[in-house]
Design a binder for this molecule. Structure first.
Ligand SMILES: Cc1cc2nc3c(=O)[nH]c(=O)nc-3n(C[C@H](O)[C@H](O)[C@H](O)COP(=O)(O)O)c2cc1C
Length: 397
């Protein structure tokens, strides 16, 4: 299972902002992630998006009236917050933020907020002047001091046509922040993980390089899964086109030497190192400072080996390596595991079509120090990441 939201009880409160329509998308994404969703709307929110939209997405009756006698709306909505895992207000108006800061409880959202004991995430959306207003700023600070987490707002184009801070955080980022918040209770909570990803690049001359087809997808999937399970993640990545996972600290490197330096610095405070990067084994001994002309007809390129990163990392943390092989996969991986004193090695056969480099899927075997081999079927890289973390957890990092 690679869905950390599955089965979580989330209250989604929607208030009267022009951005309320984006809450429909958030509700839909949370429903697709098998969240047990309870939705609250202010009366003003219902001016922007009809309760019917939310009702159909969540298959629950939506009430906006605190005093509705129907279905005991007050008690039913209040109770939904008692055992919630998180309370998300998106979008949150200046008005609702002000009410929450001083404890007014005059509608379903503000009443339920006072009753909530779970983590609260507020995603404001308003005009930039409304957000910058000292009253709003003071209310935000008051709530932050009490432990409320603020998601944005982001800079961008606002409904007024102005550009500034006040835009609702992108729904995907709000959901990632929700996952990160819930991760505090995950099985990797408090663990610090350093993950490397992507290719490295070694220059032959200013315009020519030695690199490899690694896309970084496996390392990025591991970073996302680790974050969702509560780890504090540092991702050291060679050049990729992938978006940095929300909540993950990314260090960009190019050469094997830069990756070596970044890894040795980052592991000083880490519990686990996962080397999923495809680090070049060789680099030109004397890279040319000027572009080499084609007219030289023949170019001989002396190469030297690059730093052995895994072998240089101290043994006081768990070390997990990857072995991309084309033949004798498990035997070669096992000898790499012992040569570099690793705790686990993830072997993949990159000669198989549809797996390994650049693919969204991977077929790997996880090998431990005792030689126990756990072969996994062909799976999306996000599932492979989740399963690798399960095995790491068994080693009590
Ligand atoms: C068209 C329109 C758009 C609005 N957009 C926002 C907004 O984005 N953010 C905000 O804080 N208030 C906005 N307001 C003002 C709120 O709707 C108003 O303060 C309302 O009382 C908020 O109620 P609630 O916080 O109970 O949902 C808007 C009002 C209108 C009429």
């Amino acid at each position: 299972m690679n869905n950390s939201l599955k089965g979580k009880k989330i209250v989604l409160a929607v208030t009267g902002s022009i951005a309320a329509y984006k809450a429909v998308d958030i509700a839909s994404k949370l429903t697709q992630a098998d969240v047990s969703l309870h939705i609250l709307l202010t009366k003003e929110a219902a001016e922007f998006v009809t309760p019917l939209s939310f009702q159909n997405i969540s298959r629950q009756k939506i009430s906006t009236d605190l005093f509705s006698s129907e279905d005991n709306a007050y008690l039913q909505h209040l109770e939904s917050t008692y055992d919630a895992d998180a309370f998300l207000i998106a979008p949150a108006t200046a008005n609702t933020i002000a009410k929450l800061a001083i404890g007014i409880a005059d509608d379903l959202v503000s009443t339920a907020f006072l009753a909530a004991t779970c983590p609260v995430i507020i995603a404001p959306a308003m005009d930039l002047n409304m957000y910058d207003n000292p009253s709003t700023q003071s209310n935000v600070k008051t709530l932050q001091k009490r432990g409320v987490i603020f998601a944005g707002p982001e800079q961008g184009r606002l409904a007024s046509g102005k550009v500034g801070r006040g835009r609702l955080m992108e729904p995907n980022n709000i959901i990632d922040l929700l996952k990160t918040t819930l991760g505090a209770y995950g099985d990797f909570a408090g663990k610090r993980i350093v993950i490397t990803a992507g290719p490295t690049v070694e220059h032959i001359d200013p315009v020519r390089i030695i690199t490899n087809p690694s896309s970084g997808k496996m390392g990025f999937a591991l970073a996302t899964a680790s974050r969702d399970r509560g780890a504090k993640v540092t991702l050291i990545s060679g050049p990729t086109y992938l978006e940095t996972p929300f909540g993950v600290t990314k260090i960009d490197v190019k050469s094997a030497k830069q990756m070596y330096t970044a890894v040795l610095k980052s592991v000083a405070n880490a519990d686990i190192l996962i080397m999923a990067a495809a680090v070049s084994d060789f680099r030109p001994t004397n890279p040319h400072t000027a572009k080499e002309k084609k007219s030289i007809a023949k170019l001989t390129l002396p190469l030297e080996t690059t730093e052995d990163i895994l072998a240089s990392v101290p043994d006081n943390l768990l070390k997990i390596g990857f072995a991309a092989e084309t033949e004798d996969v498990e035997r070669n991986a096992t000898s790499k595991l012992s040569a570099k004193n690793l705790d686990l090695i993830i072997a993949n056969d990159i000669s198989q079509p549809g797996t390994g480099f650049a693919s969204d899927f991977n077929q790997v075997s996880i090998i431990d120090r005792k030689g126990i081999i756990t072969p996994l079927p062909l799976l999306p890289k996000s599932d492979v990441a989740w399963q690798i973390l399960d095995v790491i957890l068994d080693l009590n990092p």
